[in-house]
Structure formats: C-alpha cells, structure tokens
Design a protein around this ligand. Structure first.
Ligand SMILES: C[S@@+](CC[C@H](N)C(=O)[O-])C[C@H]1O[C@@H](n2cnc3c(N)ncnc32)[C@H](O)[C@@H]1O
Length: 364
C-alpha cells in the first residue's frame, strides 16, 4: 500500500479498506481472517446451530408464501466458510427437497471450506432458469440430484435466478468512504504516506451531496458499495434479507467515528484502521437511510423480534425439555439442549446480537 501511494499519490479510504480486507495476497479475508470461535469475531451463525435452525423455519415460511416452488433457490451472500448453510441444512427445513442453497463468498480460502459437509453440486443444477439451454442442438443437461443441493460461487448469480437472497454481517464489511465536516464544508478522508506509515489527508468531498446538519469535525460513512449490493441483490431475487448492525447517517454524525467504524483481531478490538493493514477486520455500521435510497425496506426489526417470530422460543423450549429429561445422565441430547438455551440468550441480547437489525425487502 505504501509503495502504491508513493508511486501514484493518495487514495480514498474505501480503496484502503478494500485492499486491507480483500487484497488476494495480503487482505484479511484472503489470508487468515474469519468469523468463528477460532476466528477473529463471533457472528450469530458461528455461535452455534440455533440461528441456522430458526432461519430454516423462516425459509419454510417464505417458501410456502411463494407457493412452494420447486426448485427453491436461496442465495446466502458473504457465506464465510459455510457454517450457516450447514446449520440450515442440518435443521431439515420442510423445503429441503426443493432447496438449492447457493453460497456466495468472495474469499477463495473460505470458499474452499464449502466442500466440507455440504452437498455441493454444479451451479447448473441450482438454477432452474439457467439449467437448460435454448439451443435445440445442445444436449439435455444431466438431471439435477435430489435436494437439498448446495452450490458455491464467488459472486451473486445473474438477475432473476433466485427466490431469496440473505446476508448475515456482509454489508458492514463492504468498503466505505469517510467524510468529515470541516469549516468550509464536507471533506473526504484520503490516505497518504508519511515516513513509512499511512496518514489521513482531508480533501474536498467533490461528488457527495449531504443534507445533514452536524458540528465541525463530525464524520459519516458513505456506503456506496452496500447500496450497490442491495440494488444487485434485488435484481437477483424479490426477497432480500440483510442482517447487520444498523444506524443512520445522522446518528453517525453525532457519535465518535471509531464507535461505528471498528476493527477486530483475534476476538479483541483492533487498532487504528490504517495500521496493521490486512491483519485485522474493518467493519462499519450500516446506515439504513442510505440503503433506502435503492428502495425503502418493507420491514426492519431487531434480530430478537425476527428470531422470535420464526419459532425461537419453541426451539428453546424443546432444548430445555431435553436438558431436564437428560440432565442427570448428561447425554448428548441433554447437553445440546442446554447449550441451545445459552445460545438463545446471546442471540436475543438487546445489547449484542439481539440488537442487530433484520432488514427485509419482500417484493413489490
Ligand atoms: C463478517 S463475515 C460474515 C460471515 C458469515 N456470513 C457469518 O455470519 O459468519 C463477511 C464475509 O463476507 C465476505 N464478503 C465480503 N464481500 C463480499 C462480496 N461482495 N460477495 C461475497 N462475499 C463477500 C467476506 O469475505 C467474509 O467472509
């Protein structure tokens, strides 16, 4: 990064974030970073199987609402190593025979883990609309294996090919531009080099129009990549669900910027985002008002409310009953039941994962 800046001059913050996270040789996700107990941060999906079990129920609701289509194509974007997919399939949703579960993950290293324990098949088997061919001379495609089928891709599939696109903690990981209000108006954070280290440089924010009253020194993130992702996802499927820590541009301007733009490394809060590039995660709360420019979401609710409305309490009651029935003998089912109770507490904790927002666009 230093040599690139020395050669070509300062670059915008979003380009630094892009390289820090996704550079194929030195980026955090390309090299070592990932969610999980042995990773750098814990997501709802990595906490245990309960989140996936509830999502499996949500998928059944959406499948039935769509008229139980066969195939039923669900895209999970930012799928990491595939943990959520495994939990969803393990929960045996009613839609399983029709289910084509498409994992989309940018990191080749994490994609390589998708083969582990998932029924991976060729992409042509997942997409009904693209599986065949219009050409009369072309051989008929091999029949698709029975569902559920999983498919691993590095980018979203073509428009109109899926019923649902969901993303857990993806949008916060997409690069952001950083703006700061100076005496003369909004400026943008660019990154230059000084004595072998990266430093911020404030330049006029040319193409950004912000109708926001804030105090001098206030910062906001400009989330063009997240906005583009929502727009692309809505082309792929009518129902899009993004789960993330959400805020508004206005709220960002009233808080210290390092509160909403954070770094993580090995389950601890990391350092300055311009230091230790590629060795720490850089994540930014998602401004709902910016996403709504694509289209107003049909529903925004807390993760706790979303999970409850899709059967969390019943699954916890089953877990508690299993624990009470087998506590004395300490059988596997009883221990699983007890950990389900603990998992649920973490998933609905309003000051943690339960306070995340589930943002849904559910069709026109
Ligand atoms: C914070 S992790 C979340 C992983 C998983 N969803 C979970 O909940 O544990 C974000 C993941 O999104 C991936 N990612 C980032 N940008 C992406 C993109 N444009 N398309 C697909 N995956 C992307 C990253 O490589 C990373 O694995």
């Amino acid at each position: 990064m230093l040599s690139r800046i020395a050669r070509h001059g300062p670059i915008r913050f979003d380009e630094v974030m892009e390289a820090a996270l996704y550079d194929p040789e030195a980026g955090f996700y390309a090299t070592a970073g990932q969610a999980g107990r042995r990773g750098d941060f814990l997501t709802s999906a990595e906490l245990g199987p309960l989140f996936g079990a509830v999502l499996a129920r949500a998928l059944d609701t959406w499948w039935e609402a769509a008229g139980s289509p066969h195939p039923f194509v669900v895209v999970e974007a930012g799928a990491g190593s595939g943990t959520l997919a495994r939990s969803v399939l393990h929960a045996q949703p009613r839609c399983r025979d029709a289910l084509r579960y498409v994992l989309v993950e940018r990191s080749a290293r994490l994609r390589a883990a998708h083969a582990d324990g998932l029924p991976l098949a060729l992409p042509t088997h997942a997409f009904a609309a693209t599986a065949g061919s219009d050409g009369e001379d072309e051989p008929a495609p091999a029949p698709a294996p029975a569902g559920p089928i999983a498919v691993s891709l590095d980018a979203l599939p073509p428009p109109g090919t899926a019923h649902v696109v969901l993303a857990n903690e993806l949008l916060d990981n997409l690069p952001v531009r950083l703006l700061e209000l100076a005496a003369e108006g909004w400026t943008e954070v660019w990154v230059g080099a000084d004595g072998g280290r990266l430093v911020e440089i404030l330049l006029p924010a040319g193409d950004v129009v912000l109708a926001l009253s804030a105090e001098a020194g206030a910062r906001v993130a400009w989330q063009r990549h997240a906005v583009q992702w929502v727009s692309d996802a809505l082309e792929v499927a009518e129902r899009v669900i993004a789960i993330d820590y959400a805020t508004t541009t206005d709220a960002m301007a009233r808080r210290p910027w390092r509160e909403w733009l954070r770094t993580y490394q090995g389950h601890a809060v990391g350092s300055d985002p311009l230091a230790d590039l590629g060795t720490q995660d850089i994540t930014c709360e998602v401004a709902l008002d910016q996403l709504a420019v694509v289209r107003e979401p049909d529903r925004v609710e807390s993760q706790a409310d979303f999970l409850r409305s899709h059967g969390l309490d019943g699954l916890v009651a089953d877990g508690r009953a299993a624990w009470e029935a087998g506590a004395a003998t300490g059988g596997l089912e009883a221990i699983r039941g007890r950990s389900r109770i603990g998992e649920a507490e973490a998933l609905i904790d309003a000051s943690g994962l339960g306070g995340f927002s589930v943002i849904q666009w559910s069709g026109r």
